[in-house]
Design a protein around this ligand. Structure first.
Ligand code: DMJ
Length: 607
């Protein structure tokens, strides 16, 4: 009797523990959804968008492969893969002289420190969140917002390779082969994020290691992502519901972010080059041509608004123009596509030149700073008519800090030294914003006061004080001079500032940038380090003293770009300058290095 009761109590306790564990697991990890209904005929009940009769989709029996899912709107003629001999493009990297022994030693110590942070984060991910998308750096929990397809794992295969963790690389590739694309933890897949992180991650893994398994998995992801293009006009659905796509006809959306539809080009092109299958290149080439066709018809000539209509293929209507959030990598990919293809398609140079002319005239501004620094910030503009001057919104974002590297790279590739200079000023703008903050970390979004004239910009405290945004007094007390508001005070472990510093260092050879990078690395790790890994921050306007008093600003979040991008660029800048030379490699927007097509005399890298 007694033992029976004890047994019952044990059972109840066990049930409680199981319930609790399960509760926490389901809270963090969305239950997996099976995507296909294998072997079944899928009725087409979706919108009859094109007036044509519906098409039945029959999924064959056997193990599910996206490749086997029939196409409703097949392409009749594919654009040919660009295989013309690559051109000899201008050199990107600085001619670095032989390094002094002491300088090399310092650099190596710094690089080892970055590698140690990577190692710690990787081990924590391995122990607590293996094969999940992300690790919670405070709780040790798991997050699966990117389909549950091991975003952090795939995003870091190239890092394991370049940083010399060969056993871990082998291990990671092995388990990456188990990623199952017939299930997902979310209903809606972000096609852009999956392309830059997973497809880009596997492509870089293959380009670096030549391990065929990486290419096989890249193709598997490519096949799935290609299904998002199965619409009447072949424009992709950027927030794609895989399960729904099996059941109904799909049409492209009427409101699409230009970064999401416009920056799939590098990964899809590289996939076509590596496999010889033109369909991926064809898919993105259609989008590029559409952007090119409408480039001078928008309300700010040369640029496209943040939101476009992919269903009607109208990219001209909206009024907000920026190089920042939601547009960024559209522009970033123009010079990068030129480099990737070996300069054989003039469309990318044209699109770069026109869009950067628009951005340089209407988006970039020199802000007023206490020391009259000659820096630039990339803001936003609103334009309501092509003939009216756009209105500048003097906002800065961490995200837009990639623009310094983009201008500098474009300046080198297209022999335009003025753009290298703009790239430097933009990068200096981001360095300024890091240094101006009490913790040495730039906030996510802020505003500043544009100089009345770019060449006459003496600090005027009264003018600045009058411009401070007092409507939202949240951070007024802790607003460093120069900022007029801090509208988003987080730092979420983003890479863009160190990304541009790295590019500028490789292009200009300015060793001062190494010290700047080290200062930045220390500021970031001082505040973001947790017992397990590194954590995003809620508010970088607080001072060190305030944190010492116990104020907590860490969040349980570490997106995969922390290790994949931020730590990669920190590691690379303190490394040998010929490791992933910008004359042989080009980075996708998630920092995955892809091989450039080079003329035969420049090396063995032609694919
Ligand atoms: C990354 O996923 C990519 O760099 C993307 O283009 C923008 N946002 C993050 C990093 O901040």
């Amino acid at each position: 009797m007694f033992s029976m009761r004890r047994y019952t109590i044990y059972l109840a306790l066990a049930a409680c523990v199981l319930f609790t564990l399960n509760y926490f697991r389901t809270e963090i990890k969305v239950a997996s959804t099976a995507i296909p209904r294998i072997g079944s005929i899928i009725p087409t009940s979706g919108p009859k968008d094109d007036g044509k009769s519906s098409v039945e989709v029959v999924v064959p029996n056997g193990p599910f492969r996206w490749k086997d899912v029939p196409t409703r709107y097949p392409v009749t003629s594919f654009a040919a893969i660009p295989t013309a001999p690559p051109q000899k493009l201008p050199k990107v990297q600085f001619d670095f002289p032989i390094e002094e022994t002491q300088a090399a030693a310092t650099r190596k110590v710094r690089q080892a420190a970055v590698r140690a942070v990577f190692d710690k984060c990787w081990n924590a991910y391995r122990k607590h969140a293996w094969m999940n998308d992300e690790l919670g750096p405070l709780s040790g929990g798991q997050k699966n917002g990117f389909g549950g397809w091991g975003a952090n794992l795939v995003d870091n295969l190239d890092n394991l390779w370049i940083m010399g963790f060969k056993d871990q690389f082998e291990d990671a590739v092995k388990v990456a082969m188990e990623i199952d694309l017939s299930t997902a933890t979310v209903d809606t897949i972000n096609v852009f994020e999956t392309t830059i992180r997973h497809l880009g991650g596997f492509l870089a893994c293959y380009d670096l290691s030549e391990d065929k398994r990486c290419l096989t998995k890249a193709v598997e992801f490519g096949e799935m992502l290609y299904k998002a293009f199965d619409t009447p006009n072949r424009m992709p659905i950027t927030r794609w519901k895989p399960q729904l796509s099996m059941q109904a006809q799909q049409v492209a959306d009427e409101t699409v972010l230009v970064a999401e539809i416009g920056s799939l080009t590098m990964e899809f092109t590289r996939l076509s080059l590596l496999t010889g299958d033109p369909k991926y290149y064809d898919a993105v080439d259609r989008i590029t041509k559409e952007f090119a066709k409408q480039q001078t018809k928008t309300k700010l000539k040369g640029m496209w608004p943040v939101v476009v209509d992919a269903r009607k293929q109208d990219f001209t209507q909206d009024s907000l123009f920026t190089l920042g959030a939601m547009s960024d990598s559209l522009y970033e990919y123009f010079p990068k596509m030129h480099a990737l293809l070996g300069g054989i398609d003039p469309i990318y140079e044209r699109m770069y030149n026109l869009s950067m002319a628009g951005a340089a005239s209407h988006n970039l501004f020199r802000p007023m700073t206490p020391k009259n620094d000659n820096i630039l910030v990339a803001g936003k503009s609103r334009s309501h008519h092509i003939d009216d001057p756009p209105d500048l919104e003097p906002e800065g974002q961490h995200l837009v800090c990639f623009a310094g590297g983009m201008f500098a790279l474009g300046g080198k590739l297209f022999s335009n030294p003025a753009h290298v200079f703009i790239g430097r000023q933009l990068t200096d703008g981001c360095i300024w914003a890091y240094r101006a903050m009490p913790l040495g970390i730039m906030p996510e979004v802020f505003t500043m006061l544009p100089c009345p004239k770019p060449d006459a910009c003496d600090w005027d405290e009264k003018l600045w004080a009058d411009a401070v945004d007092r409507i939202d007094p949240r951070h007024e007390q802790r607003l460093p001079q120069g900022f007029t508001s801090i509208t988003d005070s987080r730092y979420i472990l983003r890479p863009e500032a160190i990304e541009s510093i790295f590019v500028l260092y490789r292009i200009t050879g300015d060793r001062g940038l190494l010290d700047t990078a080290w200062e930045m690395f220390q500021s970031i790790t001082n505040v973001t380090t947790t017992p397990l890994a590194n954590a995003a921050l809620t508010d970088v306007t607080w001072s060190r003293e305030e944190l010492n008093k116990g104020r907590g600003i860490q969040m349980d979040s570490m997106e995969s770009f922390w290790m994949a991008e931020t730590l990669k660029y920190f590691w690379l800048i303190f490394g040998e300058v010929d490791v992933l030379s910008l004359d042989e490699w080009v980075f996708n927007t998630e920092a995955h290095p892809l091989k450039r097509r080079l003329p035969a005399e420049q090396g063995k890298l032609i694919v």
